[in-house]
Design a protein around this ligand. Sequence first.
Ligand code: AMP
Ligand code: MG
Length: 400
Amino acid sequence: MLTADQLLIELLERASSLTVTETIPTETALGRVLAEAEISTINVPPLDNSAMDGYAVRTAECHVDSILPVSQRILAGQIGEPLQDGSAARIFTGAPIPDGADAVIMQEHCQAEGTSVRLLRPVQSGENIRRAGEDIVAGDTILERGTRLHAAHMGLAASVGRAQLTVFRRLKIASFSTGDELAQPGSALKAGQIYNSNRYTLSGLIQALGCEWIDLGAIPDTLSATITALQRASMLADVIISSGGVSVGEADHIKAAVAQIGAIELWKVAMKPGKPLAYGRIDNTDFIGLPGNPVSAFTTFTLFTRPFLLKRMGATHVLPMSYSVPSASAWLKPGSRREFLRARVQHTDNGATEIQIYPQQGSGVLASAVWANGFVDLPAGQTVEIGDSVRFIPFSEVTQ
Ligand code: AMP
Ligand code: MG
C-alpha cells in the first residue's frame, strides 16, 4: 500500500502534459491553462497619469494659500497642453499629467475661487502621480506558461492589449459509475437501490477544472460491461475516471477489467477515507479508479486526481495550499492511516479562526462534505486536543 505522499509522486510522474494548443478569445479563457508565456509590448500605464481628481501643478510654485489660475482642464483620454507657468490644470483620475507638472493636489485639498484655485495644503513633488510602467514595463513576462487563468490573469492580459490567448486544448475526461445498486435521480428507488451521487459529484469536479466531461453513466457489476465501458472510454477520452468496484469483492471488476485490456500500475493508498484507488493505462489513455463510497470518491478526486489532471492539462501549479489553524474540536480516535477529516474553518466571536471537525466521519456520509469547507489532514496515529493546531486544506483549494 502506498502512502498518500508516495501516491501523489507516482501519479504526477505519470501525468504528461497536453501538447496541442488553441487560440481563444481572452474573455473565454477562464480556467484554461496558458500554453505560451505572455510578454508585454507596452508599458502599463502608458503615460504618467493622475491618481486623483484635482489640480496638476508645479510644486516649486506652490505653498499653502497660493492662488493659481486654472489654465486648462484635462479629462481621462485627453492629452493636455504643457502647463503654463504659474498656473494649475484641472485634472481627473486617469488623465495624463501635462508636461511641466510634477504633482497633483487632490481636489479635497483645494478651494475653487472663480477661475482660480486656492491650495489649502502643502504638496510634494510626485504626489498623486501614477508613473508610466508602474504596473508593467514593456518586455515584462506578465503570465508564465502553465498558468491556470483566473479573473485577474484575464484582466492583466487584456491590460496589455491581448484579445486572444494561446491555451492548451481541453482535457477530455470520460467517467462512469459502477454498481448494480445505483438508481438514477429522477427515477423511483426500488428496494435495495441507492441514488447515484458520484456521477454528479464527479461531473461538478471535472467541469470545475475546465475539462470536457464525457458522461458514460452507470454500468452494472459485470466484467464484460466494465470492459466494454473502459474500451469505449479509452477511445473517447484522455483520462478515464470510474467510481466503485475497485476493491477485491466478488462484485468488483474494475481492476481485472483494466488489467485485461491495459495495465494497473498503482493500487491502494494508506488513507481514510479512500483506501482502494487505482491508476492504470489503456493504450494512451490514463485510468483512475476511485472508490465507490461518496466521501472517498470526493476525497481521492480532490487530493490526488485533481493534481494529476492539472498536470495533464499543462498547469505548473497543481498542489493545494494548506494552513495551520487551531482546532476547537477534539478528535480522540487515532487512525492507523492518514486521515482527511471533513472540517470547517470559521471565525470565533473575537475574530480569530478555528476549526470544527464534523462528528460523523463515515465514508458514506456525504453531508459531511457539504457542512465542511475543507479537510483536516491528520497524520496516522495522531489525535487532536482542543487548542492543538491542525493542518487544514480548504475545499476552495481543491474543488476548482
Ligand atoms: P464499492 O466501492 O463499489 O464497493 O462501493 C462502496 C460503497 O459506495 C457502497 O456502499 C456503494 O453502494 C457506494 N457507492 C458506490 N458507487 C456509488 C455511487 N455512484 N453513488 C453513491 N454511492 C455509491
Ligand atoms: Mg460496487
